[in-house]
Design a protein around this ligand. Structure first.
Ligand code: NAP
Ligand code: MG
Length: 398
């Protein structure tokens, strides 16, 4: 069998722990035997990020902008424990935060619904696509551990020297401070990509924030969404018979739980982080969710929504058998290959991506799955496979 040829490379961002192991299995078993893979490889494993002072993360994001399609493995976001574990020079920022900052995109996440796995929320009949803003807020923060009494101020100095100054707090003792920001241009492109996506899916768009408390900051998001909708999308939405509506985040959460699904839920960066994990777990497993970051000018980065599955990795290191679900990582690869095929006009590559996804779902629907799914599947003939056995079962189906 001759392998499928590619024209433009895919930007490959390797990662950490159990997902790094899975990454190699997927390439060995499901990609390299069928495709003459052209990729520009960036090692975002924590050790290499440390060696390059995190320059590799920046380079990989710029490569994604250059080539237009990237696929990313889950990576460790260092905390105190990781700084010790890996003897890091410093506590680097979240690589996803860095990449999203550079690509300035919106992250669309949708659960993969399959036969035999029913959502915990029984009234969800259709997937809810979560559109997460990928720029700013707490992911691009500046923090200070306040050592003791003193005055904290918020200061903006305009180019002409004019100052806007507000007191944040008069500290009587130690405390903590955080500065966050966002950009009107980024919020506008977030609104636009959500509205375009809603039109392409012919689904309603919900957006929510906490504008009752954060009157200026979240109020800015609300107003920009409203303005973009009124100016550019109202007519198109009415023609398509779909609705845009804004509500408070707490109200949105309550409504989502009572809904039938089948809409796009636009969330600010942090809300989207938290809510997509909730959504994925409610639909079965964190590993059954697709995730793609789309920049305003149409550059794509595909990834899994879950982390590096640290607990399984430590078992793996001890030589114990693991049963880690690779579906989201496989769908990241298939998404990237399909998009590359579309952009380069390579039909075989697009068809291969379809077949790979089909084979993956087919394997699970035939009863062969990893432990996370075996626990909740209501199929009769369930067989729990190890991490590698599951990938090999997909290869047989492929
Ligand atoms: P996690 O990797 O998402 O895993 C949390 C738990 O969820 C696992 O212990 C496991 O439960 C279950 N799980 C997640 N993915 C699974 C899979 N593919 N198959 C089966 N079970 C799965 O989160 P974490 O362990 O809290 O974080 C580990 C590291 O990931 C952290 O250093 C964090 O910084 C990083 N992280 C990276 C990303 C990213 O790069 N996109 C996102 C989030 C977190 P059981 O243990 O019960 O089996
Ligand atoms: Mg998260």
């Amino acid at each position: 069998m001759s392998k499928i040829q590619m024209k433009t490379p895919i930007v490959e961002m390797d990662g950490d722990e159990m997902t790094r192991i899975i990454w190699q299995y997927i390439k060995d078993e499901l990609i390299n035997p069928y495709i003459d893979l052209k990729s520009e490889y960036y090692d975002l494993g924590l050790k290499h990020r440390d060696e390059t002072d995190d320059q590799v993360t920046i380079d990989s994001a710029n490569a994604a902008l250059k080539y237009g399609v990237a696929v990313k493995c889950a990576t460790i976001t260092p905390n105190d424990a990781r700084v010790k574990e890996y003897d890091l020079k410093k506590m680097y920022k979240s690589p996803n935060g860095t990449i999203r900052g550079i690509m300035d995109g919106t992250i669309f996440r949708a659960p993969i619904l399959i036969k035999g796995i029913r959502p915990h929320v029984w009234n969800w009949e259709k997937p809810i696509t979560l559109a997460r803003h990928g720029y700013g807020d707490v992911y691009k923060n500046t923090e200070i551990k306040v050592p003791g009494a003193g005055k904290a101020e918020l200061l903006f100095t305009a180019e002409d020297g004019t100052e806007i100054r507000k007191t944040i707090h008069e500290f009587k003792g130690p405390g903590v401070l955080q500065g966050v920001h966002n950009l009107d241009s980024s919020i506008e492109s977030f609104a636009r990509s959500c509205m375009n996506y809603a039109l392409s899916m012919k689904q309603d768009l919900w957006f929510a924030s906490k504008d009752t408390i954060s009157k200026v900051y979240d109020g800015d998001f609300r107003d920009i969404f409203e303005a973009v909708y009124e100016k550019e999308f109202k007519d198109q939405f009415e023609k398509a018979g779909i609705e845009y509506f804004y509500t408070l985040i707490d109200d949105a959460v309550a409504r989502v739980m009572r809904s039938k699904g089948g809409f796009i839920w636009a969330c600010k960066n942090y809300d989207g982080d938290v809510m997509s994990d909730m959504m994925a777990s409610a639909c079965g497993s964190l590993a059954m969710m697709t995730s793609v970051l789309v920049s305003p000018d149409g550059k794509y980065e595909y990834e899994a929504a879950h982390g590096t599955v640290q607990r399984h990795y430590y078992k793996h290191l001890k030589g114990e058998e693991t049963s880690t679900n690779s579906v989201a990582t496989i769908f990241a690869w298939s998404g990237a290959l399909r998009k590359r095929g579309e952009l380069d006009g390579i039909k075989e590559l697009q068809e291969f991506a379809d077949r790979l996804e089909h084979a993956t779902l087919n394997t699970i629907e035939n009863g062969e799955m990893t432990g996370d799914l075996a626990l909740i599947s209501d199929l009769k003939n369930v067989k729990k496979l190890s991490t590698l056995e599951f990938i090999r079962a997909i290869r047989r189906s492929l």
